[in-house]
Write a protein that binds this ligand. Structure first.
Ligand code: BDR
Ligand code: CA
Length: 310
């Protein structure tokens, strides 16, 4: 039986490929795509989700717009990585797939309440929508099978020296999610940096010789320039699909149990994920922390997904 999943995202180049993977792989029953302000404003992220679904022909999955701002303060966007549109690179036409009128949090709540089985939430942007669901509807926590998220890091950050972007945008929301009773798997930078879109990977997308294969090359070429300019990476890491891959086949992403708490107050470190690898704090293990990616099988899965749109 495929796993029922809600993908909560802020497309975003790597989010776009996460959508393609989640919608294509038969191990996932994609119930909804919800958006959140992060890489760009939430309005732009919703347009981008509609764009990618339109180009790929993903028509049966509702797209709902979520939180425009973090729980506290104002939104800090990732334009320096994803461009003015949030999905710069390709020349986009007018999207044909429409967004739902139902707000994202309402849609998630309704699906959790009505779906016969517990649902896996896969947040790959800031955690604002998910925290709002947990806070406003604690009675639905047993209906969440698990949360498998992209965010945080065992090592250093990317948006600030110690904070990864998704957690940094809304540390209070992340704090709510990591302190919740739900099983949380954290796919942080330490593991997503093992998913590098090398020139060989780009060649594999190119060799598909399909509209979607070429689109992935265009997206990854823009993303590559951002990563070279900002962090000196010669190949960009494809963060968000790693969380989707963990849901599809847990053996692709090796995890360890550890206590994780979120730094919300630090003057220089707000948004850092404090991962107690050596159990020094006495805090209970609350997170499955991803440590190792089967890179080869990950790329096979990703290429296979994109090929299926031909
Ligand atoms: C995360 O931030 C965004 O730029 C990406 O979409 C990814 O979810 C990586 O830090
Ligand atoms: Ca993202």
């Amino acid at each position: 039986m495929p796993t029922p999943v809600i993908l909560d995202c802020d497309p975003g180049h790597d989010d776009a490929l996460a959508i393609l993977l989640a919608a294509a792989n038969p191990a996932i029953d994609l119930l909804a795509i919800t958006t959140v302000g992060g890489n760009q404003t939430v309005e732009k992220c919703t347009i981008n989700a509609r764009r990618i679904c339109s180009v790929a022909g993903i028509t049966g999955v509702p797209i709902a717009t979520g939180a425009a701002e973090p729980l506290l303060g104002s939104l800090h966007i990732g334009e320096y990585v994803h461009g003015v549109s949030g999905l710069d690179g390709p020349a986009w036409g007018e999207p044909t797939v429409q967004a739902s009128a139902e707000p994202a949090v309402d849609l998630i709540v309704r699906l959790l309440r009505d779906h016969p089985e517990p649902i896996t939430l896969v947040p790959v942007g800031p955690l604002t929508n998910i925290a709002l669901v947990l806070k406003t509807h604690p009675e639905l926590i047993p209906k969440i099978r698990e949360i498998v998220l992209m965010g945080g890091s065992i090592d250093r950050g990317n948006d600030t020296p110690y904070a990864e972007f998704n957690i940094k945008v809304d540390p209070e929301a992340a704090d709510i999610v990591f302190r919740s009773a739900v099983k949380v798997t954290m796919c942080g930078l330490n593991v997503t940096h093992q998913a590098l879109a090398t020139p060989e990977v780009l060649d594999r997308f190119r060799a598909l010789d399909t509209k979607l294969g070429d689109l992935c090359v265009e997206l990854l070429t823009f993303f590559s320039a951002s990563y070279l300019r900002t962090w000196g990476f010669t190949s960009p890491p494809l963060h968000d699909p790693v969380a989707v891959a963990r849901v599809i086949d847990p053996s692709l992403v090796e995890c360890i149990d550890a206590p994780v708490v979120i730094e919300t107050m630090g003057r220089y470190t707000a948004g850092a994920t404090c991962v107690d690898l050596h159990h020094l704090s006495g805090e209970p293990d609350n997170t499955l922390v991803a440590v190792k990616l089967d890179t080869e099988r990950f790329w096979d899965l990703m290429i296979e997904a994109v090929a299926s749109y031909a």
